[in-house]
Design a protein. Sequence first.
Length: 656
Amino acid sequence: MNPSSGRDHRLPTPQIARQRRFRPTVIGPLLILVWAAVSGIATALNWQPARVLELQTQTLFFRLRGSIAPPKDIVILAIDDDSLTRGRDSKELKELAAIQSWPWRRSAYADVIDKLMAAGARSVAMDVILDLPSDRPADDQRLQQTLQRYAGRVTLAALHAASPTIGGGLDQLVHPNPMFQTKPASIGFINYLTEPDGQFRRFGSVYLSRINPDLRRSQPNLISFDEACLRAAKLPFEPPAGDYIFFYGGQNTFTTLSFWNVLYAKNWARLQQQQLFKDKLVLIGPTAAFLQDVHATPFGEIPGVEIHANAIATMLENRSIAQAVPDARWRGICLFFGIAGVGLAIGLVSRRATPRFFLALGVAAAWAIAGYLSFTSVRLILPVAMPMAAIVLSGVSYLSTGAINDQVEKLRLRRTLERYVAPPVVEAILSQPEDFQALLQGRKLNAAVLFCDIRGFTTLSYRLPPEQLVAQLNTYLNAMVEAVVEASGTIDKFIGDAVMAEFGSPVSYGEQTDALNAIRAALGMRQALADLRSRWQQEGKTPLYHGIGISYGEVIAGNIGSLRRLEYTVMGDTVNVSSRVEGLTKNFWTDILITESLYQLVQDRVEVVFVGEHLLRGREDSPTGLYSLVGWKGEPPTLYHQVHEELRCYLGSPPV
């Protein structure tokens, strides 16, 4: 072998091929930025599908949290199915005469208000619109007198309505009839804003802030029914920090009593003994299905009067829920940078697609838990649905691009390996259950190492024109590589005109098989070069001869090199011995020498000529037995003798 005879041509190993041909994909990070941008823009623009997803997530949080005991200051007196039925079926009872048919007589409300106030109620709120006089003036007058008696302590309901016309909607503020208005008055609007998911979630004050500005200016003292109730009851409260109602539970979460019980003397006596209404804010409102005052909320459909109760309780206990970032635009910007940062950080934490995917799922789950705890514990709304979707999609993007990248890299690796390694070896490498990169780690193994070098190449390089030399050398090397690959060997490197190959690395088929493959490759190289010489002689070109040395033993295999350049190779004493043995072939006018260690594995299959034990450079204390390889047992040695004689003529007398 002549290391100085030419440039070091190394095998583009899997790692080298990766460095030369593969640049880290930007598709995954770009997709992360896309998901982050979509999430941020959808949030900043309050895109309705995104808004609905967030609201549905909040509904889930409410239901996971479950019902919570409401304050005891609120009692609901329900205009329910039971009251409607009792009034209709109890015509003989004078006490229930006022509620025998719907709409009830105004005197029924007057009687109930009188009784509640007498029982010590703080205030009474009527979730009933009294905008028109009834057909019983005496009843209206009775209610008017009662309201005047408790002026400022009875809250009446007002309504904002949009009446359809040919030219569009006509906003109207429907107030209680002037005959029922007192001084001081307590009047509040019962409207709530319907969210994109069809539910009531926010305080009535949010609705009032969005009605026609001109109409709002004409009525500067508009307040919500809930706030009016608290003012009338003189219960201490602070303006809610957030816009969202803290729902305590579903229907019947608050103490609820049928309206007819207050009118019925026997039941009323019992209620007075229980002091059910003492110091309470009493809400009177419809809950009967017939009256159709049922609305969607996070806890399902509940009557409007119970929505008022939830809103009043929220303000009373200062439990309003607020957006963590109130401005939608800033919320979208925060989401973009947060999701992009998390997605890119996941890519930095792990380089493998599957761990990235599961890490993204873990981050999404952690964010959902954080959102839930923030919602239920500190009553701050963090965007959850969009960030979770974006983070999960980031994981899916990493997984899909990683899978595509793996397939592309495997295809590239296959194409690279198939140029230097036999197809069965390629399949064995690519079908490893563990990552094929594990094969590139440093490890000890037994392998046959083959060195092949052209005899007299340095002299030849001076005699031949460069173009002819390179063309002839490439033809020769191609034939040698084919012989190695067909024998399931691995081309390690080219060193000028020399070829180094292994059998048993990176994949071994067993010691004897690896050794026999090395023999098969050497004999194939002998035959291939003999065929080339015949062709070159016919073409008038200079014939080439080579020497091959093969040894078997322990080597260290792995990725060797610097950060800028790596190569998969083997090293160790066996490599040095093979190189030294190849250099001795010219001493015996032979083209193939094998060592004792290799011969012991193949002796039953090959014919050899023992050429003695020799001291090799670097192993002066341990002679190495060498054998000239004739061929397979049972096959004629014609080519061996032919090459032997030609080398005698080509090399002349062997060196001393």
